[in-house]
Ligand binder design. Structure first.
Ligand code: GUN
Ligand code: ZN
Length: 435
């Protein structure tokens, strides 16, 4: 039995993980108030009640005692930009001026591999401090930026998805790369990095306005030629952007249809924002198993709009939560839950804390077609997990001393928590952060 191998690691704490979506099915989660998580060779071997599992352990097994704390799967952030780390919290009147004034000049610097490595290193450590163990990451148009990112991710043995941004029009000259050369570089990155260790590659047209028809066509061809790679882009974030897309692509039924017509809607395609989609778009997302990254902090910060959870759920679209750093204002998925809750509330939906924790773990893994690999504690899954501390701040300690249910406890973490709530982070069974 795996649980008596010498390399076994054992962690005692409250243990929570999901097997399905709490919005649609009862019995979606497993909660072990006094639980034990067993890990061997970087994978989960068991998660259950301490009382049930402990007698099966070899007598010399060291049990790491996290009693009083909570172990959950590592958070998954399905949309953010590592080159925007240094411009997070930069004021602008909206998306398009923010891109011009801050984003494009910051991204220009990533032709320098040394700068790219420095930022990638900080960025990944910051994610780990916040308890995020997997992310879908935009790099810049420079292949060096992607190389630097994967090198840093591989050093930490993290499961990460990243892609080289494609832009061949409507952007500064210094970030413009021809459609053909962008596709060639993307293909080379796929061949080198996709499925190397835990690394995964995303075909990454930035958004429709900065790609010619040819570039979108080539991205679609790559998406067909390499069906197990990811696709990531932005869609229907901001009203000015939507109007611009209508002008640029007069033949498309909708903004989403610009991508649909070239074959970019498919499993493993992640669309950021999705605020201004109509019902036909939401249906199309669900039909094609394309996924939505809800970016609440970014949408509030840039004044983009409010994501409609009720319509997305009515269509049974794949949903996940994302920070969208640096348009987003926090690296923390707990802070992201906080603002997602309020965005949903403004649209008449009350997200439960269980749902938000699901969306930030298994929901994201499902959106990425990675169920069984990350996102919960299924036997054999990669052991990415975090230890949450209810005593992390005096306010959190005071509130959690009075919570009367698991839902209330999780809700306190979601509304009051941040990086300080994360006591430790483990990736593939190895501790990669400790507060
Ligand atoms: N649309 C196109 N590029 C970007 C970006 O970098 N951030 C956000 N929030 N929206 C975008
Ligand atoms: Zn973005």
């Amino acid at each position: 039995m795996a649980s008596i191998t010498p390399k076994l690691q054992a962690y005692r704490a409250g243990i929570l993980h999901f097997t399905t979506d709490p919005a649609f099915e009862a019995g979606s989660h497993h909660w072990h108030a006094d639980g034990l998580l067993l890990v061997a060779d970087g994978r989960i071997t068991a998660a259950g009640d301490y009382a049930a599992l402990h007698p099966g352990l070899a007598p010399d097994t060291v049990v790491i005692d996290y009693r009083g704390k909570l172990i959950v799967p590592g958070f998954i952030d399905t949309h953010l930009h590592y080159p925007q780390t240094d411009i997070i919290a930069s004021p602008a009147p909206g998306l398009l001026p923010w891109l011009e004034r801050y984003t494009f000049p910051a991204e220009r610097q990533f032709s320098d591999a040394v700068h790219a490595a420095d930022v990638a290193s900080f960025f990944l450590d910051e994610l780990l401090r916040c308890g995020t163990t997997t992310a879908m990451v935009y790099c810049t148009v420079h292949p060096e930026s992607v190389e630097a990112f994967f090198i840093e991710s591989e050093k930490r043995n993290l499961r990460m998805v990243a892609g080289k941004v494609l832009m061949d029009r409507n952007c500064p000259e210094f970030l413009r790369v021809s459609a053909e050369s962008g596709a060639r570089d993307t293909e080379a990155l796929i061949k080198k990095w996709h499925k190397r260790g835990r690394q995964l590659v995303a075909i990454t047209p930035r958004f429709a306005p900065t790609s010619s028809d040819t570039q979108l066509q080539l991205a679609g061809e790559l998406a067909r030629a390499y069906p197990d790679t990811y696709v990531q882009t932005h869609v229907a974030e901001n009203v000015d952007e939507v109007a611009w897309v209508k002008q640029l692509f007069p033949g498309a039924r909708s903004y989403l249809d610009v991508y649909d017509r070239v074959g970019l809607l498919r499993p493993r395609a992640m669309f950021g924002h999705c605020i201004w989609l109509d019902d036909a778009d939401f249906r199309r997302m669900a039909e094609t198993q394309s996924a939505i990254a809800v970016c609440a902090t970014s949408n509030l910060f840039l004044g983009s709009g409010l994501f409609d959870f009720a319509r997305a759920d009515a269509a049974h679209a794949l949903l996940s939560l994302a920070t969208d750093v640096g348009g987003g204002t926090a690296f923390s998925m707990l802070q992201t839950m906080n603002e997602s809750f309020k965005v949903a509330r403004m649209g008449g939906t009350s997200l439960s804390a269980l749902r938000m924790f699901y969306l930030a773990t298994l929901g994201a893994a499902r959106s990425m077609q990675l169920e069984g690999i990350i996102g919960n504690f299924a036997t054999g899954a990669e052991a990415d997990f975090i230890v949450l501390d209810p005593q992390a701040t005096v306010l959190l300690a005071r509130r959690t001393a009075r919570t009367e249910s698991l839902e209330e406890l999780l809700f306190a973490f979601a509304l009051l928590g941040d990086d300080r709530s994360v006591f430790a982070t483990y990736a593939a069974g190895r501790k990669v952060h400790q507060r």
